[in-house]
Design a protein. Structure first.
Length: 583
């Protein structure tokens, strides 16, 4: 940045000598006495290159060319330092933000929607780059060029300088106002464009539903209304931009007229030469953009500062789920024993506890099931194990150690999680299965798919494991997506596997086939399984029944039936529903 500033200053220093050499050349030519003749052009040519003034003209020409070349080269060097530096800053900043976003806890994403996060990582970074690039460059350019040029103008004629600069403050004020208007409206247009893009994205994502409900015309009208709003706003901005440049040229032309008028008077009075008129006209031209860019620079600075504050909120956001000072980095393996001791948890900003004084224990290699009504806290409970959230009260032990004492990377590498909301990337099926591993082989991918009972379905596709999935895996059925997610968890060979109602989208026959394979694969692994179907979890080593965030019953399937409590009621209800379905 410092080097670029020096290059730009030097470029402007050589730039101001161009009008000086032009003035000297004009004055030198004006001083030559040429007799009028029909062959005037030939006469002028002969006098210029045979008189004693010829060497002066050649010298001025060489100096003029040298000044132009040096100024141009230094301006090139300026852009190769300042602008390139701003791109590097943008590159680093964007990566820093993305890295921070990956580390931020779930709490952050509960407070900001995905669109807001996306804008901060993209548009706001671009606006900050404009401060370090164009805005900074134009600021240095304006200060150095105005300083050099006004100094040279005052040396030649303080009076003419005052007249020449008279329209420039109005030019700067006009540019500032128009630039502010353009920036404000550009922001409004960008927001409207985001609305259009969001509308289109939502329509394409829900195209099946739109067709099923015959709402194509309705969706088309909604999109057309948003497009019409965008068109009107864009045309209004285009109108202002179309008026900006003619008005700018008018003010510039006014400065030139004033220079010619006043300088002409001073030439008649003998205070200036004809060359000085040309010199001042060029100086005014050189000052036009720096003065006009003041408004642009101020607005860019304001926008950059606003964007930087939004970025700073991300970069300074506390990463409270990370390795602590008491984390034991020497721990390099997990066996999988899990224990909740008086655990209570409340979501950030919530008033009620989602979990209250939970106590449960799962031995390493045991299969534990968690059941309960919707909203009882089952998903919340299992999300505490990989530390997607940290407990509000109490502690979770893994292998007898506080979960916070285990390196976070090791903890999560040892867990295979199949969430309730199955998410698949817009990539190949094979890449989705191999997502949680590095350099998985095709054989490993197919074996994981076989264990999850989805391999045969995948092989039916034309491109098999190279089949590209649509957004969020829309190419697959609900059951296929769940089984693909199970394969993604199994390929990691985790010590702990968490299944959050991961068989809800398959029928009971397919469920039983999957469970038969899973029982073999889950043997020796600690398993936490959530399900609303008793048939899924009845073979578990231990079952915990949650109600209102509290464990109210625990035991094996048979033990809980003997207690004739809530679990028994839930089991009998499902039996009746199954009998009715069969009838």
């Amino acid at each position: 940045m410092i080097l670029g500033s020096l290059f730009l200053t030097a470029s402007n220093f050589f730039l101001i000598w161009i009008p000086v050499y032009l003035r000297r050349t004009v004055d030198e030519v004006s001083s030559i006495d040429i007799e009028k003749s029909p062959e005037s052009f030939d006469t002028i040519f002969e006098v210029l290159f045979t008189s004693s003034a010829s060497w002066v003209l050649v010298k001025n020409a060489l100096l003029l060319v040298g000044a132009v070349l040096l100024s141009g080269f230094l301006l090139f060097a300026t852009r190769q330092t300042l602008i390139v530096a701003s791109r590097k800053i943008e590159f680093d900043l964007r990566n820093d933000i993305f890295d921070k976003l990956l580390k931020l806890p779930q709490r952050f994403y509960s407070n900001y929607d995905s669109g807001e996060v996306y804008v901060r990582a993209t548009e706001d970074v671009s606006k900050v780059r404009e401060y370090f690039g164009p805005a900074y460059m134009y600021t240095i350019n304006t200060l150095t060029r105005m300083g050099f040029i006004i100094t040279m103008m005052i040396i030649v004629s303080p009076e003419l300088t005052m007249w020449a600069l008279l329209p420039l403050p109005f030019l700067s004020a006009f540019a500032y106002w128009v630039s502010g208007y353009i920036n404000d409206y550009s922001r409004i247009i960008q927001e409207q464009y985001s609305t259009i893009a969001g509308r289109a994205k939502e329509s394409f994502s829900s195209i099946r539903l739109i067709k099923a409900y015959n709402r194509e015309d309705y969706e088309m009208q909604r999109f057309e209304d948003e497009s019409e709003s965008y068109r009107k706003k864009k045309l209004r901005l285009d109108l202002v931009e179309s008026l900006f440049h003619p008005t700018l040229n008018l003010l510039i032309g006014l400065s030139v007229v004033i220079v010619v008028w006043k300088a002409g008077q001073l030439v008649i009075e003998g205070q200036l030469t004809v060359g000085n008129i040309l010199e001042f006209i060029v100086y005014v031209a050189y000052l036009t953009w720096p003065v006009a860019s003041l408004g642009y620079t101020v607005n860019r600075f304001q926008q950059s500062m606003a964007s930087w504050k939004r970025i700073d909120q991300v970069l300074t956001e506390e990463v409270n789920i990370e390795d602590k000072s008491h984390t034991d980095q020497e721990i390099d393996e997990i066996q999988g024993a899990i224990e909740f001791k008086n655990v209570s948890f409340k979501y950030p900003g919530a008033e009620e506890f989602a979990l209250k004084d939970v106590n449960l224990k799962v031995e390493a290699g045991q299969n534990a099931a968690i059941v309960g009504r919707t909203g009882s806290g089952k998903t919340t409970l299992i999300e505490l194990v990989p530390r997607l959230f940290d407990t509000t009260e109490g502690e979770i032990l893994v292998d007898g150690k506080n979960i916070e004492s285990i390196p976070l990377q090791l903890l999560r590498e040892s867990i295979g999680l199949v969430p309730q909301d199955t998410f698949l990337f817009s990539d190949t099926i094979g890449e989705n299965i191999a997502f949680g591993t590095n350099n998985a082989t095709q054989q490993e991918i197919e074996e994981a798919a076989e264990k999850a009972q989805v391999r045969d379905n995948i092989l039916e596709f034309d491109k098999k494991f190279e089949t590209i999935l649509g957004e969020r895996g829309i190419t697959l059925s609900g059951g296929q997506k769940q089984r693909t997610a199970i394969a993604r968890a199994l390929i990691r060979d985790p010590k702990i596997i968490i299944l959050d109602d991961s068989l809800s989208a398959v029928d009971t026959k397919t469920e039983e086939a999957i469970l038969q394979h899973l029982r073999k694969e889950l043997k020796g692994r600690t398993t936490l399984m959530i399900s609303h179907r008793i048939s899924t979890i009845k073979d578990a080593d231990i079952i915990y029944y949650l109600e209102d965030g509290t464990v109210v019953e625990q035991g094996t399937h048979e033990e809980l039936l003997e207690k004739d409590g809530r679990y028994s009621v839930m089991y009998n209800k499902q039996l009746i529903e199954q009998e009715l379905a069969e009838i």
